[in-house]
Design a protein around this ligand. Structure first.
Ligand code: HEC
Length: 177
């Protein structure tokens, strides 16, 4: 048999060995053999605190000062994570809604204008109804930035007259459209 045929035979025989899928590993949704209770990782003992957990929780509680840089980060975060459903302006008209996904409420609903920053932080982390939670995907500092940008969107469509610049207010007073 010539060398090419040997090479072909070896290649055909090896294509049947799939070590990657046969290796010992933890399977999702199946009990593992590692611990008697079937879990694949240990639960933290009662009363213990994981390293870094307190620092992470402090970040969630502490609202960073409002700066332009924070708003820029918030805008980028909002556009990455939220626009597919909530739309660029927060009206609930994102791309996936155009394709049949149930529309979220407009971010300018009175209830959401009144919601506290802490409530919005919690909402982004935990999700609600069909909106999944982002706790594992958006770290607290970024979540705060997104909350700040949600406030920008709300204000841009719900600005009280006395917070508008003088020239714009005059235009309203004169009855301009
Ligand atoms: C996959 C689509 C989707 C994405 C992405 C998404 N949301 Fe939502 N969101 C929804 C839906 C649907 C609701 C309505 C949930 C309900 O009331 O059942 C909602 C509700 C909300 C509400 C109102 C909650 C209330 O109490 O009525 C806010 C505020 C909100 N989302 C903010 C965000 C922010 C900020 C992001 C980005 C970090 C985001 N959402 C990403 C779909 C989404």
């Amino acid at each position: 048999m010539n060398a090419w045929l040997w090479a072909l035979l070896v290649a055909v025989l090896c294509s049947g060995c799939d070590d990657m899928s046969r290796q010992a590993k933890v399977q999702e949704q199946r009990p593992g053999a590692l611990f008697a209770n079937g879990l694949s990782s240990r639960q933290p003992p009662d009363g213990t605190v994981a390293r870094g957990q307190l620092a992470r929780e402090a970040l969630v509680r502490q609202r960073p000062p409002m700066t332009e840089a924070l708003l820029d980060r918030g805008e980028a975060g909002y556009q990455t994570f939220c626009t597919p459903c909530h739309g660029l302006s927060g009206r609930g008209d994102g791309l996936v809604v155009g394709r049949g996904f149930p529309a979220p409420p407009p971010l300018t609903e009175a209830r959401l204008l009144d919601a506290s920053d802490a409530q919005l932080m919690e909402l982004i982390a935990q999700g609600k109804g069909l909106m999944y939670g982002y706790a594992s995907r958006i770290p607290p500092a970024e979540r705060w930035a997104i909350v700040a940008y949600v406030r920008v969107l709300q204000l841009s469509q719900h600005a009280p007259l006395d917070r508008l610049p003088e020239s714009v207010r005059q235009a309203f007073d004169e009855g301009a459209p």
